[in-house]
Design a protein around this ligand. Structure first.
Ligand SMILES: [Zn+2]
Length: 123
């Protein structure tokens, strides 16, 4: 292994840890949000609220919508993290999917699932 290969392997393993940490976060968030959503649904069923007439029902419906959309986001993040790990395995992780240039490390650290460099993302 050349020093350059060794450096690439080291950075891949750092990237993999970062993806795994992000995955643990997203999974914990998804689990917490699913529990929260379940509790909201149960509480609203127990209270038998009417969304149309009861102002509290509207609040519950809004809250349920909000939590459901956060849950969707957490699940989408998990899917994006899977795709990022696949790219890491096939050696295309951190390469802009549009222009083919390497994505700078600070951007990857901030957005581990990004597939584009700043310039392409702005377009
Ligand atoms: Zn690009």
């Amino acid at each position: 292994m050349t020093p350059k290969d060794a450096a690439a392997t080291a950075s891949r393993s750092l990237q993999r840890s970062a993806l795994e940490a992000a995955r643990a976060d997203a999974r914990a968030r998804a689990v917490a949000l699913a529990a929260e959503l379940h509790a909201i649904v149960e509480a609203s069923e127990g209270a038998n609220l009417d969304d149309e007439k009861d102002p509290e029902g509207a609040t519950v419906a809004f809250e349920r919508q909000r939590v459901a959309s956060l849950l969707d986001g957490a699940r989408a993040q998990l899917v994006a993290l899977d795709a990022a790990e696949d790219r890491l395995d096939d050696g295309t992780y951190g390469i802009c999917s549009e222009c083919g240039t390497p994505i700078p490390a600070p951007r990857l650290e901030a957005l581990p699932t990004t597939t584009r460099c700043v310039a392409c993302a702005r377009r």
